[in-house]
Write a protein that binds this ligand. Structure first.
Ligand code: MRU
Length: 364
């Protein structure tokens, strides 16, 4: 891996413990790329607000942050009797679960923390608090290994698309990178793994969709890949088809917030449009996701709750002057659903899945 990439991974740790594990330490992603600032989250309200406002975002990172936050809050619960402790723990868990509705990893991580408490119900509360810190750390460490597994499958797909004399053109949407996970990202993992396997950075070129309205592609993905030394280009979302038509895109990797049982996948708004374009131009379209993103309790895409966000993100957030006249209705869903039939494959750490999707045993 290049010196730049190594340095980048040392600099950018999305979520970590604060001093003496009394807080959660995150990079405030709302300030990127201009300002790299770490903030400490101590109370449940601060953790909830950081997730809601996308200071920390991306499905796996939200899960890690919520698990760390729940451990920090549980450590402060004064009750020594298990039942009293459990009641307060549950109230905090439910509160954090209300921060964002679509990424299933949030609920998955919080449920794992709850299972840890219940499993050790016979232990003294002080021991349970230590076990919660250990469980949260494990969730984070597992995420690093999961990304590597996704990346290794992704590199084999990159090898298949490699052509003599020009870089492999990779298109991605939103940020499913380091900033959205514990280390390698999901959609970016194939790129980082390729570097680790000795590819030269110039053998790849990543095209980052700007990703309206919150600009995660422009502000975050291009930032992290550029810092890691990977050649990148940013284009507005509505320019992706031009790149495809020009033959610059060999493969598309995106992340995902929830995969339904039938393989329909919810990801950042604009992903479904890309998948439709990819089909037209015959470009392979892959979803990259940890197995925890596959939700056996959600039968199909129509059952995935889609977060609706503040109209202000479209009308005025990025502009000196308001760009939509007051009183005009605004539609701002944060995610869309890509039909399983449009997805070439779903890459998880447990393997590469194709339609018709059958995830039986994946959580076993
Ligand atoms: O609203 P965001 O920024 O949290 O949306 C993030 C995405 O849509 C990512 O693609 C997804 O969470 C996967 S991150 C590995």
């Amino acid at each position: 891996m290049s010196v730049n990439t190594e340095r980048f991974f040392e600099e950018v740790i999305t979520v970590k413990w604060g001093p003496e594990k009394k807080s959660v330490d995150i990079i405030d992603q709302t300030l990127l790329p201009g300002t790299v600032k770490r903030i400490q989250l101590t109370t449940k309200e601060e953790i909830w607000e950081a997730i809601k406002k996308l200071r920390v975002r991306g499905a796996p990172a939200i899960g890690v942050c919520a698990a760390y936050g729940l451990a920090v809050c549980a450590a402060r619960i004064a009750q020594e009797e298990y039942d009293d402790f459990y009641r307060e723990f549950q109230a905090t868990r439910e509160y954090l679960a209300s921060s964002r509705p679509t990424a299933v990893n949030l609920f998955w991580a919080l449920n794992r923390m709850e299972a840890c408490v219940r499993l050790h119900a016979e232990e003294p509360v002080e021991i349970i608090k230590d076990l919660l810190y250990a469980e949260a750390t494990l969730i984070r460490d597992e995420d690093v290994a999961i990304s590597r597994g996704i990346g290794e499958i992704g590199v084999s797909l990159l090898k298949e698309t490699r052509r003599e004399g020009r870089p492999v053109g990779i298109l991605t949407h939103c940020n499913a990178g380091t900033l959205a996970t514990a280390k390698y990202g999901t959609a970016t993992a194939p790129v980082y793994m390729a570097l680790e396997q000795g590819w030269r950075p110039e053998e790849m070129h990543v095209y980052c969709d700007e990703t309206r309205p919150l600009l995660q592609g422009a502000r975050l993905t291009s930032f992290e890949l550029h810092r890691a030394g990977v050649p990148v280009t940013v284009q507005c979302d509505n320019m992706a088809s031009v790149l495809m038509r020009q033959g610059k895109i060999d493969i598309i990797f995106t992340g995902c917030d929830r995969v339904a049982k039938c393989g329909d996948a919810a990801n950042k708004i604009g992903t479904a449009t890309l998948a439709i374009l990819a089909k037209h131009y015959n470009i392979p379209f892959y979803i990259c996701a940890p197995s925890s993103t596959i939700d056996p309790d959600t039968p199909a895409g129509k059952d995935i709750p889609i977060e609706m966000r503040d109209p202000e993100e479209i009308t005025s957030m990025w502009y000196e002057d308001r760009m939509v006249e007051e009183g005009i209705d605004v539609f701002n869903p944060a995610f869309d659903v890509t039909d399983a039939s449009l997805i070439t494959g779903i890459i998880t750490e447990k393997g590469l899945f194709h339609a018709p999707y059958d995830f039986t045993g994946i959580h076993g």
